[in-house]
Design a protein around this ligand. Structure first.
Ligand code: NAP
Length: 519
């Protein structure tokens, strides 16, 4: 079983021992006592003997990214003390072993190597060197240059000759930390709190266990993720992992940082989809890759929903893998669609208690002509609704209207200044106006159209949950619905496409609202 290890930097013995107790309460299997700043063997003895959890003891030199300025002989002597005091493991850099033998001890030796600059040039040779170094456990850690480095870490784990830790540091390396258990690593590292990280990209133990379902991850667990740049603050991992938990689905959902540009996206897809042991089964796609995703799927001849094709972007990829149902034994097949499309329509029809067919009798103001505006116009035009596009840059509104006019319904553009004179029944804000921190802005400006309870004011902005635009709509007597509803519905459509199960929508809503609630 892969151990969940909490690193504790020992500056004060009592504080360190209190942190060990907190790590135990948080569910750690192991702690790593970083004694870089200790020089007195008595302190080492005290902290190691006092640890209520099995401990790895590490005295990392400055030349390997640590803080110890002692020479190798002095550091290894402190590690001998640690071993004699009951440490389960001592961590010794492979470069230290080149200078001096491992400390004779009762503890097992973890032979380690770290590269903070990037991937070591001769990675596999380095693994061979670790294998030959005589320790019981190998540990290889480097800074991920791109997300693809995680796959090399997984390959090292799959081909290991000894219990091994293989981790990538940095945001792009998050997968290697969360999925260490899937690939039967010896351990992964997670901190007690964000300010106690001892390496870039370490997650907290709470996030590892609650957000990323650490305890549920197994060899066959299916992997899903959100691909974008940036992705660190995406709410999608919280929504999907909580939903997997709620319905008992064996999956884990992680942020996947993929650099801008089509070539980066394509390289990511080629590497990740092909690497069968990962069981990658679905992706959410966000900025800046929604267009790249469509281009890639079309390039490889995958199935693409015609509407995503018309919108020119998609946000969902379903990957059916060999062994999954009808595709058993074959190569993975990919399918792409836009879950924003259904989310926009469902948000409107549910709020007004009407069917999609009823939309043909409605006149809708779409404010904005960016990605979301385009999706809204394409979706509504398809239903036969009459759509009026309002946008700050009028030429973009004109171009969008011309592109979708007459497909099924009528689409025209109108000047933004005329929005409040419009006779639409539905108003959708797809611009970023009103979004935190610009909370005093609203597409309506300081007035509102004449509205009744038969009107709907729908804001795609979800942060804040209650925007000025929604408040104005409510004050004028209209029904209102915020961006959370759209966000939840697009996530629900993805969830169902990936799992074949009904999404726990109210739980999803709860998760998003809790994340967005002012603290
Ligand atoms: P986008 O492609 O960059 O489009 C931005 C749009 O906003 C453009 O039409 C732009 O007008 C307009 N705009 C920006 N700043 C403005 C300002 N100060 N005054 C007037 N118009 C302004 O962005 P997007 O990806 O479509 O996202 C737009 C919003 O939708 C964001 O707030 C996003 O969070 C939200 N969204 C919500 C969900 C959800 O699930 N709830 C999903 C997707 C997006 P110009 O053409 O004149 O530049």
């Amino acid at each position: 079983m892969t151990r969940l290890c909490v690193p504790i930097f020992v500056r004060d013995i009592e504080q360190a021992l209190a942190d060990v107790a907190r790590a135990g309460e948080a569910g750690a299997d192991l702690v790593e006592l970083r004694i870089d700043q200790l020089t007195d063997p008595a302190d080492v003895q005290r902290v190691v003997a006092g640890s209520i959890l099995p401990a790895i003891v590490t005295c990392r030199p400055t030349w390997e990214g640590g803080q110890s300025e002692l020479d190798t002989a002095a550091r290894l002597k402190l590690l001998s003390t640690a071993a004699a005091s009951g440490a389960a493991y001592v961590d010794v850099e492979v470069r230290s072993l080149a200078q001096q033998n491992a400390p004779a001890s009762g503890a097992q030796t973890i032979v380690s190597t770290h590269d903070f600059q990037g991937r070591p040039d001769r990675l596999l040779n380095l693994v061979l060197q670790l294998n030959d170094a005589g320790g019981e456990v190998n540990k290889i850690v480097w800074t991920a240059r791109t997300i693809r480095d995680n796959i090399e870490a997984f390959e090292i784990l799959l081909n290991k000759q000894k219990p091994t830790v293989a981790l990538c540091m940095g945001e792009a390396g998050l997968l290697s930390r969360v999925l260490a258990r899937k690939f039967a690593a010896f351990a992964t590292f997670a901190t007690l709190s964000n300010d106690q990280a001892t390496a870039p990209g370490q997650l907290t133990i709470a996030d590892m266990r609650q957000l990323y379902r650490w305890d549920a991850i197994q060899k066959e667990t299916r992997v899903f993720g959100v691909v974008g740049s940036p992705v660190a603050h995406s709410m999608s991992p919280a929504i999907h992992n909580a939903s997997f938990d709620a319905v008992g689905f064996d999956g884990v959902y992680v942020p996947m940082l993929v650099n801008e540009g089509y070539e980066s996206f394509k390289a990511f897809m080629e590497t990740f989809v092909r690497f069968a042991p990962l069981h990658l089964c679905g992706l959410s796609v966000t900025i800046p890759h929604k267009e790249n995703a469509l281009r890639y799927l079309e390039e490889i001849g995958a199935a693409v929903d015609p509407l995503a094709d018309r919108i020119g972007a998609l946000n969902t990829i379903v990957i059916t893998r060999p062994g999954d149902g009808a595709n058993a034994g074959g190569a993975p097949t990919l399918r792409g669609f836009s879950s924003d499309y259904a989310a926009i329509l469902d948000t409107i029809t549910t709020s007004l208690a009407i069917s999609r067919d009823d939309l043909a009798r409605h006149r809708v103001a779409v404010i904005g002509a960016g990605g979301t505006g385009r999706t809204a116009v394409a979706a509504l035009a398809e239903t036969g609704a009459t759509v009026v596009v309002y946008n700050r840059t009028r030429t973009r509104a004109d171009a969008l209207a011309a592109e979708f006019n007459g497909r099924s319904g009528k689409v025209v553009a109108a000047p933004m200044e005329k929005l409040c004179d419009s006779c639409c029944q539905i108003y959708i804000n797809t611009t970023s106006m009103g979004m935190t921190p610009d909370v005093d802005a609203s597409p309506f400006g300081d007035q509102t159209p004449t509205l009744t309870p038969d009107h709907l004011v729908f804001d795609c902005v979800y942060n804040p949950m209650r925007t000025k635009f929604l408040q104005q709509g409510a004050d004028a007597g209209a029904k209102t619905v915020g961006g959370v509803e759209m966000f939840v519905r697009q996530a629900a459509a993805q969830f169902t496409a990936w799992t074949g199960l009904e999404a726990p929508i109210s739980l999803m809503r709860q998760v998003v609202e809790a994340r967005l609630a002012p603290t």
